[in-house]
Design a protein around this ligand. Structure first.
Ligand SMILES: Nc1ncnc2c1ncn2[C@@H]1O[C@H](COP(=O)(O)OP(=O)(O)O)[C@@H](O)[C@H]1O
Ligand SMILES: [Mg+2]
Length: 218
């Protein structure tokens, strides 16, 4: 099954072309590493397939459905249910506890069964070695702890697609291995994982490596 299909995606900022005719297909059960130098357009690419940015030309199909015909509501519904997005700088809400941060997507998604959410929270935090930190304010956590919490938040809804923007960029080796090991396990559960990175140590986790250059994915 083709999960994400891109055809001739072009993205411009002002008169600068960042992506020029990018085409590619991504399948579930695989971890893709998309590499490229700084400024190559990796974040731009990820924001487009994460349905965060719809100002581009070309075709993006998500589960076979053309996204350009979607309205904001449908896009954000798909984002909430199908996509887990891991941001480079975590994007946690500092004043909330770690547990509250991780459970936010659940309540945003309109789900009320808090027992189920707490069960998943416990399981994820065990896997990511976060169990002791649940009540701590996110702002008081180290970078590695914040990234693992952000990963738990991205995975809480059990999304079919997981997108990670330089997830190891600010982590030490041990945290980087925990995060990448967890992403690899997601792919093994038949999810699609795309990691954009310029960190070479990520590559050994990848089933496929695509190099983003000149605005294309050859
Ligand atoms: N909002 C924006 N407005 C104008 N230019 C932007 C904007 N966002 C990114 N860019 C430019 O687009 C290019 C690609 O950026 P980005 O996708 O962040 O690259 P990467 O993630 O590979 O480092 C860069 O030259 C960057 O300066
Ligand atoms: Mg980037």
């Amino acid at each position: 099954m083709k999960m994400i299909e891109l055809e001739n995606i072009t993205k411009e900022y002002g008169n600068r072309t960042i992506l020029s005719g990018l085409t590619g297909t991504f399948y579930p059960g695989r971890l893709y590493a998309v590499t490229g130098r700084s400024g190559a357009g990796k974040s731009t690419f990820l924001n487009i397939i994460g349905l965060l940015d719809h100002r581009f030309s070309g075709s993006l199909r998500f589960f076979g459905r053309e996204t350009s015909v979607m309205g904001d509501r449908e896009r954000s519904r798909i984002r909430g249910r199908k996509i887990g997005f891991l941001f480079q700088y975590f994007n946690l809400i500092e004043e909330l506890s770690m547990a509250e941060n991780i459970m936010l997507p659940w309540f945003y998604g309109g789900r009320r069964d808090e027992q189920e959410a707490r069960g998943r929270l416990r399981e994820l935090c065990e896997k990511l070695e976060l169990g002791d930190l649940l009540q701590r304010k996110a702002g008081s956590l180290s970078g590695g702890e914040q990234q693992r919490a952000a990963l738990a938040r991205a995975l809480l809804m059990e999304p079919a697609v997981i997108l990670a923007d330089e997830p190891t960029g600010s982590l030490d080796r041990r945290n980087a291995e925990t995060v990448m090991g967890c992403l690899k396990a997601q792919a093994a559960e038949d999810r699609l994982v795309i990691v954009v990175t310029h960190d070479a140590s990520v590559l050994r986790y990848a089933d496929e490596i695509r190099d983003l250059r000149d605005g294309c994915l050859p």
